[in-house]
Design a protein around this ligand. Sequence first.
Ligand SMILES: Cc1ncc(COP(=O)(O)O)c(C=O)c1O
Length: 345
Amino acid sequence: MVIDLRSDTVTQPTEAMVESMREASLGDDSRDGDVTVRKLETMGAARMGKEAAVFMPSGTMTNLVAILAHTQRGGEVLLETGAHILNSELGGITAVAGVFYKGIPGHRGAMDLERLADTIRAPTRQNFGTALVCMETSHNRAGGAVLPLEHMKAVYGLARRHGVPVHTDGARIFNAATMLRIEPSAITEHTDSVCFCVSKGLSAPIGSLLCGSADYIERARAFRRMVGGNMRQAGPLAAAGIVALETMVKRLEQDHATAKRLAEKLHRIDAGLVKPADVETNLVKVELPKNGRIAAEWSAALKALGILVSPSERYALRFVTHRHIGDAEIDAAAAAFTKVRLALT
Ligand SMILES: Cc1ncc(COP(=O)(O)O)c(C=O)c1O
C-alpha cells in the first residue's frame, strides 16, 4: 500500500461530492451563467467576508488574476521571499502581468516589517512605485506556518497608509483559520483580496476562488477570460466545491493532529528533524542532516518503502497530512523514516 504524503491535493472527492457532481446544473458559466457556480461564488465570498467571488480552475490562476486586476505593467509587487507566488508559479506575475517583484525576507512566512516599510514606495518620475503587497497564510514553504493576525494587521495598515492594495494567497486559509480558531473572515479583514482552494485539504477535485469587492471581482472576471480561465459547464466542479465548504472544513483539525503526531514521532527519532511546536497546520517540514545525502535521495528511499513525500529543499522534506492519512499511516511513515535514516546517515 502506498501512503501519499506529498500534498493534500491528492485527496479524492467524497461520495457526497461525486453525487452532487452527478446532479449538478450544466449551465454555460461563460455565457448565461450557471446557478451552481453562482451559489459557490456567493458562499465563498460570504465565508471570506467579501462582496463577491469568482471561480477558477487553480490557485495559480487565482493569484495571477488577482495580481492582474490589482496592478499595472511596471509596478512592483512586494512579498515574502518564500512566497508560493514567487517560487512556484513560474514567474507568471512578470511574464503575464508585466509587474516585477521584490522579495522581503521574513520569519515563518511573515515579512520583516521594517524591511517592508523601507521598501514600499510611492511612484515618482523615475519609477512606478509599489503596486501591491502580498501575504500567504498558511505559508507553504514555511512548513504550514500561520501568519499572526497582528502581523497581517500591521502589513495591511502600512500598505493602506501608502495607498497600496493587499492580496492574500489563502490557498489553505481554512487550515489557518482552524489553527487560530476563528472564521476565515477574521483573517481576511486584513486584506483587500484573498484566494482559497477547495482542491487541497477540502478534497474537491478542482477549483479555487478569488474574493474581494464587487468592482474588483468584475475586473478580475475579464482577466480570468484573458488567461483562459472562463469555464463552460462548470456546475459539477462548483457542486463539489460547495460540498467541500459545507462538510470538509471542520475535519481539518484532524489533519493538524496527524501532522503533530508525525512531528512528535520524528522529533523522538532525532530532535533536529523537526520541532513539534513549529507544526501549526497540516504541513511538516523536516530538516535533514546536511551530510551530503540530499532530500531527493531520502524521498527515493522512502518511496521504495511505499511512502511518498516531497523534497522541498536540498536538505528538507515536506510531509502533508490529509483526509486519507490517519494514525496508522503516520506510524508506518515514521517507521519507514527510521529505516531510511539508518541507511543514509
Ligand atoms: C500557498 C499556495 N498558493 C497557491 C498554490 C497553487 O495552487 P494550484 O496548485 O491549484 O495552482 C499552492 C499549491 O500548492 C499553494 O500551496
